[in-house]
Design a protein around this ligand. Sequence first.
Ligand SMILES: NC(=O)c1ccc[n+]([C@@H]2O[C@H](COP(=O)([O-])OP(=O)(O)OC[C@H]3O[C@@H](n4cnc5c(N)ncnc54)[C@H](OP(=O)(O)O)[C@@H]3O)[C@@H](O)[C@H]2O)c1
Length: 265
Amino acid sequence: MSQTVLVTGASSGIGQATAQLLAERGHRVFGTTRKPGAAQASGFTMVGLDVRSDDSVRGCVDQVLSQAGRLDVLVNNAGYTLMGAAEETSVAEAKAQFETNFFGVVRMVNAVLPVMRKAGAGKIVNIGSLAGITAIPFGGFYTASKFAIEGYSEALWHELRPLGISVSVIEPGFVHTAIGDATQVAESTLQAYDPVRTRATSALGRQVKGGIPPEAVAKTVLRAIESRTPSLRYRVGTDAAWFPRLKQVMPWPLFAVGVRRTFDV
Ligand SMILES: NC(=O)c1ccc[n+]([C@@H]2O[C@H](COP(=O)([O-])OP(=O)(O)OC[C@H]3O[C@@H](n4cnc5c(N)ncnc54)[C@H](OP(=O)(O)O)[C@@H]3O)[C@@H](O)[C@H]2O)c1
């Protein structure tokens, strides 16, 4: 059955691939961007949204409701990476990371829940990350924002289950998108971290380049929203399937060697 879906951050990467695939599958899709004039939307309606703003979130949800008259699925995908050693990152930069990656999700969920509760149905799909299970060195606050998504989504799952609303977290490993182009880097740098930060940042870029296509994540989102009983967690990619299992069973020093190799630190 066709569902009305809102996908945040649909101007590129995972969000764009998801919006396109769901539209191809016959769902009524609204995607979002902060620059509606500039972004391409094929098969879906593009709406302006900045998840950092309460007014923008309200305006976006109102627009979808006035055009479609309903909202069945919310896919929280908008996000960016902040790189830099934890010590180099200012509290303002760390807060900004959370404002988009975590509180952006919270704002969207709070905006759609009254509609979903009234309908006694709905699906919330949060794009988490393998970084919500195992850390990216020099991406401490990105990692923290994705760990936060995990805990929040799990609590929400319990709270919304009796109301007929499902919550899922999609946990992709590295995905080949242009996420690196929008990466923010901590402004103040400390010389002590220079060589290793440079290596870690380049390694992350290489890993993303060698990652799975965003369409693979889109297919998983489709599977979640077309399921009668969506799972809480979906892992996408070989790395996302294996790293969490290895982290559980391997002694930490051994697992850490693998992480250090992955990020060249
Ligand atoms: N690429 C990976 O390896 C990977 C792996 C795991 C998880 N993820 C997660 O997947 C999601 C999408 O990442 P991607 O790789 O597809 O990156 P991307 O191509 O850079 O897409 C990011 C999207 O987020 C939107 N966005 C950023 N800040 C926003 C804000 N304040 N308000 C509204 N929209 C905003 C951007 O839209 P506009 O700039 O047009 O507004 C863009 O459409 C992120 O949550 C990311 O953490 C990525």
